[in-house]
Design a protein. Sequence first.
Length: 314
Amino acid sequence: MKRILVTGACGQIGSELVKYLRNIFGAENVIATDIKKPSDFLKATDGFHYLDVLNMDELARLVVEEDVDTIFHMAAILSAVGEQNPQLAYRINLQGLMNVLEVARQKGVRQVFAPSSIAVFGPDAPKENTPDDTPLNPTTMYGVTKVAGEKLMQYYYLKYQLDTRSLRFPGIISSETAPGGGTTDFAVDLYVHAVHHQSYTSYIQADTPLPFMYMPDAIKAIVQLAQADDSRLSRRVYNVHAMRLTPAEIVRSIQKYLPDFECYYQPDHRQQIAESWPHSIDDQNARRDWNWQPDYDLDAMTRDMIEKLSQKLK
Ligand code: AKB
C-alpha cells in the first residue's frame, strides 16, 4: 500500500479509517473522497476530493492523477435507508462497487477492500455461530447488494487477479461519526442519549440479540486483512465477530456507569430486519488465516464510549 484512496470517507467507518491510515502511511498518501461535506479534520487537509462513486470517469481520473494502488471502498447505503429507497441502494451499493472494480482493473490498482455485512444472511441461515458458508438469502435490498457485491469481488479476483478482500461486519458501535441509516444504529444512539442524560426509546425490542463490534476492532480488522499475506487467505470474504448483544444488555452495561439512564422500547419496521439477521457469527476462518481477534468486550467498550462521548460533550 503506497497510494490509498478511500470512498465514503465522511461515513461512520470511513472517517476513522482515514485517520488511522494517515497515521500509518502519511496524510499525503491517503486520499479521502465522499459526496458529503467534509468534517473540519478532512477539510483542513489537502487530501479531500468530492467524488460520487457513480461517476466512473471522475473516479478513474483521480486514480490516475493520484497514482492510486489501493482502494478502500466504504461508500454505501445501509439497511434501513435501503428499504426506504431500494433502487438507490442498488445503484450506490452495486453500480458503485462495479465502477470501483472496473476502474481498478483498467488502471492497474493492486488491491480493493470493500465491506460486506451480516445482512447477507437471511432467516434461513443458522442464528447462532453462523458460518462463512451457509445459505445467503437476505430479505433486504441492502443484503441483496452485499451478496451480489461479494460475488462480484470474487469474480474480479478469479477472472482478472485483482486482489479483492472483504469482511462481513456486524453492527459497528463508535463515538466519532454517527452511523447513518442502519438497523443497528440504535446501539450508538443508546450511548449518545445516556451521555446527554436523556432517556432513549429503542426501535428494536429489549431481548433481540444481534452481533456487534467496537470501532477500533473494526479498523484493526480492515487493516489486518488488507495487509495479510495473500498466500494465507483461504477466501476473499470473511465473517468477523466480537459481541452478541441485546439492547437490554447494552442498557445494563451503560447503567453501571450512568445509573439514571432509562430506555423504553417501541419496535418499528426495523425490528423485522433485525429478526432476519443472525445473533452471533462464526469467525474461525478469520482467526485461523490472519489471526483475527477482537480487543473489546461489552464493558470495555462501554467505558471507552462514555469517556470519548463525554469528552466530546465538554
Ligand atoms: C446496518 O444496520 O445496516 C449495518 C450493517 C449490520 O451492515 N450496520
